[in-house]
Design a protein around this ligand. Structure first.
Ligand code: AMP
Length: 388
C-alpha cells in the first residue's frame, strides 16, 4: 500500500510517500513560502532537487507534489490513501478517522482551539480531496493520543458549565510523537509497552512532556491549545492569567496583540532576545550572554519540573525518553535534566549521551531508571494510522 502523508501549514506543505509493505520512505519533501514566493525541495533515495518557483497557493504546491509523486511511484502502482496531520480533533475525535464532509467541517470548527493550525490543515485536506477524489483520506489528530487523560487531569478550575459549553479542557498535542517514541522505548527495553511507566519529552520548537502508563497518555504539559506547559521557542508556556490583564491595561494591547505576543514573541526568544533556536541560545550562553543562559536554564528547569510531577502521576517511572530537535540533539540539556534525578537511582552513561547517535539507551545497565533518545517519526506514525 502506498500512503501519501501531508502536513499542511499556513505557508508550507510537507509531504512524505511511504510504501507501507515494508514502511520504506520513498519520498520526503516540502513546499515552503506558499503565498510569498515559493521554495520546493524533495529527496527520493539518491534523487532530489531544491528550487525556487512561484507558489501562489496550496493548490499549486500540491500540483508540484503530484508531479514528483508521478516520477517516483513505481510503474503499475498508485497512491492508495492520503494521511493528513491535523493538529486539533476537539472533544469528538479520540482516534484517526476517514475524512467525510462532516469531519472536515468539524476540523474547521476546532480552529477555535487551534487558530494557527486547523485552518491550514483543513485547506490541505480540501485541496488533496479535490486532486485525489477516489481514494480514502484519513485525519490523524495530534490530540487523539491524549483522550485517555482522566477527567481530573484535564479539567481546568473554571466554572464547570463554561468548560462544558465551550469544550474548554486539556487536549494535549504531539500525540503521534509521544505514541511513537513510547513504543520505540519499549522495544529498546525489550519489554511490553503495557508493562511500562514512561515519561516522554518532546523538546523542539514546540515542547511537551507526557506521562505514559501502559501505552496510554495520563497527562501532558500542553493544554487546550499548544501554548501551555514548558516554555518553547517563541511560546510562553504556563502563565498566570493575570499577567494578560496587566499587559492589556499597561501596554494597551488588544487580545489579538496579546495572542501574537504569547505565541510568537515569548519563550526562548522573548527571554533571551537572541533567538528562538536552541543552538543559538546555547552558543550565546557559552559566550557569556546572561539572558540566553537564563532562557536555557528555564527550559531545562521546566522539563525537569514536569518529569518530576509525572513521576508522581505514574507512581514511579521505568524510563524517560527524549525526542525532537532539542531532545535528540542536546546532550547537555539531557545531562542537566538527569543530574537532578539521581535520587531515583538513575545513572547516565556519559559516553552514550554525548558521543552516541540515533536511537539508543543513554543510561548505564545498572541504572534503576532507563533513559532513551529516540528520534521521532510522526510521518510514519500517520502512515501507520492511515493503513490501520
Ligand atoms: P524541532 O522543532 O523538533 O525541529 O526542533 C527544533 C529545535 O531543535 C531548534 O531550537 C534547534 O535549535 C534545536 N536543535 C537542532 N539541532 C540541535 C543541536 N545539535 N543542539 C541543540 N539544539 C538543536
Amino acid at each position: 500500500m502506498l500512503v501519501l502523508v501531508l502536513n499542511s501549514g499556513s505557508s508550507s506543505l510537507k509531504f512524505n510517500l511511504f510504501d507501507m509493505t515494508d514502511e520504506t520512505l520513498l519520498l520526503d519533501g516540502m513546499a515552503e513560502r506558499i503565498g510569498v514566493d515559493g521554495l520546493f525541495r524533495w529527496t527520493a533515495g539518491k534523487e532530489g532537487e531544491s528550487r525556487e518557483l512561484p507558489l501562489p497557493d496550496h493548490d499549486t504546491a500540491l500540483r508540484e507534489v503530484l508531479g514528483v509523486v508521478a516520477r517516483i511511484v513505481p510503474k503499475g502502482r498508485h497512491i492508495n490513501a492520503v494521511g493528513h496531520r491535523v493538529v486539533h480533533g476537539g472533544p469528538k475525535y479520540g482516534e484517526s478517522v476517514l475524512i467525510t464532509d462532516e469531519v472536515l467541517a468539524d476540523i474547521e470548527t476546532y480552529a477555535l482551539y487551534a487558530p494557527l493550525h486547523n485552518p491550514s490543515n483543513a485547506l490541505g485536506i480540501r485541496v488533496a480531496r479535490h486532486d485525489f477524489p477516489d481514494i480514502p483520506h484519513i485525519a490523524v489528530f495530534d490530540t487523539a493520543f491524549h483522550h485517555s487523560i482522566p477527567d481530573y487531569a484535564r479539567i481546568y478550575g473554571i466554572p464547570f458549565e463554561l468548560s462544558q459549553k465551550y469544550g474548554i479542557r486539556r487536549y494535549g498535542f504531539h500525540g503521534s510523537s509521544h505514541a511513537f517514541v513510547a513504543a520505540r522505548t519499549a522495544i529498546l527495553l525489550a519489554r511490553p509497552l503495557r508493562s511500562l511507566k514512561l515519561v516522554t519529552c518532546h523538546i523542539g520548537n514546540g515542547t511537551s512532556v507526557c506521562a505514559v502508563l501502559q501505552g496510554h497518555s495520563m497527562d501532558t504539559s500542553m493544554g487546550m491549545t499548544p501554548l501551555q506547559g514548558v516554555i518553547m521557542g517563541t511560546r510562553c508556556g504556563t502563565l498566570d492569567p493575570s499577567i494578560v490583564d496587566l499587559l492589556i491595561e499597561k501596554e494597551h494591547l488588544d487580545y489579538r496583540a496579546i495572542t501574537d505576543l504569547l505565541n510568537k514573541k515569548s519563550g526562548l526568544l522573548g527571554i533571551s532576545g537572541v533567538s528562538s533556536d536552541f543552538r543559538e541560545i546555547e552558543m550565546a550562553a557559552d559566550q557569556g550572554n546572561a539572558r540566553a543562559a537564563l532562557a536555557r536554564d528555564l527550559l531545562t528547569y521546566d522539563v525537569r519540573k514536569f518529569i518530576g510531577s509525572y513521576i508522581a502521576v505514574l507512581d514511579g517511572v521505568d524510563a524517560i525518553t527524549f525526542t525532537a530537535g532539542i531532545g535528540t540533539n542536546s546532550p547537555r540539556l539531557r545531562a542537566e535534566v538527569c543530574r537532578h534525578l539521581t535520587y531515583l537511582g538513575l545513572e547516565l552513561d556519559e559516553q552514550a549521551n554525548t558521543t552516541g547517535t540515533g536511537e539508543r539507551l543513554i543510561s548505564t545497565p545498572t541504572s534503576k531508571v532507563a533513559v532513551a533518545v529516540v528520534p521521532t517519526n510522526e510521518e510514519l506514525m500517520i502512515a501507520r494510522e492511515t493503513v490501520k
